[in-house]
Ligand binder design. Sequence first.
Ligand code: ATP
Ligand code: MG
Length: 409
Amino acid sequence: MAGKLQAPRGTFDVLPEDGERRAALRESSDELLGLAGYAPFDTPVFEDTEVFARGVGQSTDIVQKEMFTFEDKGGRSLTLRPEGTAGACRAYVEHGMHKLAQPVKLRYWGPFFRHEAPQAGRYRQFNQIGAEALGSDDPSLDAELILLLSQLLEEAGVESRLRLSSLGNAATRAAYGEELRTYLRSRQGELSDEVRARIDANPLRAFDSDHQGTKAVMADAPLLIDRLDPEDAEHFAEVRGFLDDAGQEYDLDPTLVRGLDYYTRTVFEFDSPSLGAQSGVGGGGRYDGLVEQLGGPATPGVGWAAGIERILLAGKPPEKLDLPVAYVVVPEPEQRRTAFRIAEALRERGVQAEMEQAGRSVKGQFKQADRVGATHVVIVGAAIEVKHMDSGEQKAVADIQELLQEVSL
Ligand code: ATP
Ligand code: MG
């Protein structure tokens, strides 16, 4: 016997009530990012695996463990996108966007895929809002993007804490990596097996460990923030200056390690205490080497991505707008065509309107009007009447003009 069909593990359906909240979030984020010049943009949900292997970095958890990779019928290796920045940079190069006026500011919204253990706030198909600014290393862009994400979270009713750091440039990072490796080797007996195994591949991840011994070792470890080149230190100071002027609060966290290899200079993360274990609600940073790594011209960039499901989990639903909602009740089937035209006419004039469409009795139709939150019921019988649901007052109207007058709140 066939089992019950269900959505695949780690995926979910968006049901209407949740859909409304998503649509509201989309609208407010489009407006917020649009006002700062971030244009709507999208890439395919799958790319050549190479884009992520080169873009996200071979040593990252994402590439090593979390990608949905498959072969197409032509034997090409494709991967469902686990994040948006690598694809955005691939598109920037492919379309010669370096020839446009810089910076190129992009925003996106859509599904991403990671093969992780599903739990609250962690899915295998999830959605992100993202923003990227390519082609300029101006520190005001780092600050602008951080403030945009902060405002977006605030508008969504998400309480959050911002952590901020700088990773410097690739050379500083490489030299620091060697220093950290040497340090970790000098105390390797105290480290967890996993951290010890990755001293060579990714020593920075040691800062992320929950292992007691490793934590003790890391408390005395050298910090990258103390090794920044003068230009990188100056860049970071400028980013902080813009944030301070805007009154944006943040914690400096020199151990902040993002799970992607491509970051340089500024990195940041917003955490929401109400989310529990999956507290990361959004994060990002500067990636000045990424476009070049993907075969393009040397191009600085900075951006972030935030998890839509986590924003909705941590946030408050928006207040319902006070707009009229009309429900058209049809006592006799002969009037259905008139009722249909009336509902249409109301919608054409911007009033939310529905008519009875499931064969209900008049009593059932009034119940349905309540369910859809009707502020006005239009009764289409021998005459056309409007009932104001708040006062209970009922009035006959002569034509659509008069009807509209009655229905406006
Ligand atoms: P985490 O620490 O939770 O694994 P991450 O560092 O892997 O997050 P990013 O790559 O920075 O996350 O992605 C940006 C945002 O996307 C996260 O802050 C989070 O809100 C969301 N996100 C990431 N992975 C998932 C997932 N599997 N399910 C739902 N949301 C996710
Ligand atoms: Mg992750």
